[in-house]
Design a protein. Structure first.
Length: 117
């Protein structure tokens, strides 16, 4: 299983670099394991991971937009200046995260699971 995971990670990185699928599979066979079926499966799983990451970007954007709207509604109801200051800082943080994810969507890039700045 450890070898298969290494093959999958290598295939993922090769796909991100833009290497063609057939070249990836042949290089994986030479480097790791002589079983072509395992290399094809690893390549398919790496492609699925990239596809799901791109789908998640849209979900992140949708969720952040909903959170910003909710915070703006809360800001309208709040009269305390200290609470308003906290809500404004939350809105600013959410808008920064939204611009981060929108830039990924515009570039068409995918991301590894990483913390949002």
């Amino acid at each position: 299983m450890r070898i298969f995971q290494a093959v999958k990670r290598t295939a993922y990185q090769a796909i991100r670099r833009g290497v063609k699928r057939n070249e990836i599979i042949s290089s994986l066979e030479e480097k790791f394991i002589r079983n072509a079926r395992w290399c094809q499966w690893a390549c398919a799983e790496a492609e699925d991971t990239i596809h799901s990451q791109k789908e998640l970007i849209g979900m992140y954007i949708h969720d952040l937009e909903a959170k910003i709207e909710k915070a703006k509604e809360k800001l309208e109801r709040t009269k305390n200046s200290i609470h308003r200051k906290g809500i404004l800082s939350r809105i600013e943080k959410l808008q920064n995260n939204l611009s981060y994810w929108q830039s990924h969507k515009e570039k068409g890039s995918n991301i590894r699971c990483q913390a949002v700045p």
